[in-house]
Design a protein around this ligand. Structure first.
Ligand SMILES: NC(=O)c1ccc[n+]([C@@H]2O[C@H](COP(=O)([O-])OP(=O)(O)OC[C@H]3O[C@@H](n4cnc5c(N)ncnc54)[C@H](OP(=O)(O)O)[C@@H]3O)[C@@H](O)[C@H]2O)c1
Length: 308
């Protein structure tokens, strides 16, 4: 690696801004933040953070040359990319690795936008989530081509962002005035892994620092892994009142989606009711490294304004 190691962080949205302080605090590294309009983000620049204009929808040959200048490229460009964007980026990274090989530089280390669920298991969600299917394709592409392309990769699977499960539109924690209804996707024993975005950067920084075995593999993070039953009990306990409980079984979620097949939230609910959305917290990098991470109870108490 160069000295200092050159990191390109692409995107400064929810994740990128949360990653930045952890990455820039790493010793002997220099972070370049790639965004479409650097003038929007000048407050993020600092002694160890430089801004550069970069659009990942741009021409591939130019992007590959840019990426080849960095030792580490981390994508935080959002999940809502149009079809093909994540594959295009992965291919450009593979080309950048080859350019580095020619220049006798070390392998390029790539972190794709895979800060989410287990796309290997979910695939395209039986046709419901083409973008998830594309994420699985990126994993396969990297597994197949990274070695010959002089690229190493690490995927950090974070589960669902913790804030997400409390969003009203999901229907998991449904707060209507004084009434709280808790819903289970599939059944009360089905689980979900969730991580607070503020904690993902802590795990990422330790991975980049080399404290976790991560070469060409998926590293798991988990702020918490809870069953829907545990979640309902927890909300009941901290709100100190009885909650209504409603199970949305897979047949129920399928029937709801059939009435409204283009509804993205209904698609997500069905996919999250299936497998690939949880793993044991004990297997997570944050648990193994004893990185303090927010659990669901702490997050919920903060959100509901209920003290410990
Ligand atoms: N895992 C989960 O459970 C979960 C949960 C909730 C949400 N999400 C998804 O996660 C996302 C949040 O993650 P995030 O922080 O990566 O996304 P984000 O908050 O949408 O931020 C995206 C960043 O990438 C930049 N960007 C967008 N298009 C670009 C391009 N073509 N070239 C260069 N930069 C570009 C944006 O900058 P400019 O637009 O200023 O250029 C912005 O700084 C949301 O999209 C959300 O849908 C996932």
């Amino acid at each position: 690696m160069s000295n200092p190691a050159q990191i390109l962080l692409i995107g400064a949205g929810e994740l990128g801004t949360a990653f930045l302080p952890h990455l820039s605090a790493l010793p002997n590294t220099k972070v370049t933040l790639g965004v479409r309009t650097p003038s929007k983000y000048t407050q993020l620049a600092g002694p160890d953070v430089t801004l550069t204009a970069l659009d990942i929808t741009g021409p591939s040959d130019e992007l590959s040359k840019t990426f080849a200048q960095y030792d580490i490229v981390i994508s935080a460009t959002g999940f809502g990319q149009s079809a093909g964007t994540v594959t295009k980026l992965a291919n450009e990274i593979l080309e950048a690795g080859k350019l580095r090989k020619k220049a006798k530089k070390e392998r390029l280390w790539f972190f794709p936008w895979q800060w989410g669920v287990d796309y290997d298991i979910i695939g395209d969600g039986e046709g419901l989530m083409p973008l998830f299917g594309e994420q699985k394709g990126v994993r396969n592409l990297l597994r197949e081509k990274s070695f010959e392309s002089h690229v190493n990769w690490t995927i950090v699977s974070t589960g669902i962002f913790m804030s997400f499960i409390f969003e009203q539109f999901w229907g998991i924690v449904d707060r209507e005035g004084d009434q709280v209804t808790m819903r289970a996707f599939r059944d009360w024993n089905h689980k979900v892994t969730v991580t607070d975005v503020r904690d993902i950067g802590k795990v990422l920084a330790r991975v980049v620092a080399g404290d976790v075995e991560s070469e060409n593999q998926v590293v798991y993070a988990a702020g918490d892994t809870v069953s829907y039953g545990q979640l309902a009990d927890l909300v009941e306990r901290i709100m100190e009142k009885k909650v209504e409980r409603e199970k949305w079984s897979i047949p129920h979620l399928q029937a709801e989606l059939a009435k409204d097949p283009d509804n993205l939230i209904k698609r997500y609910r069905l996919v999250f009711a299936r497998d690939g959305v949880w793993w044991d917290k004990e297997l997570s990098a944050n648990h193994k490294l004893q990185i303090p991470a927010t659990n669901v109870e702490t997050y919920a108490r903060e959100l509901f304004g209920v003290n410990q």
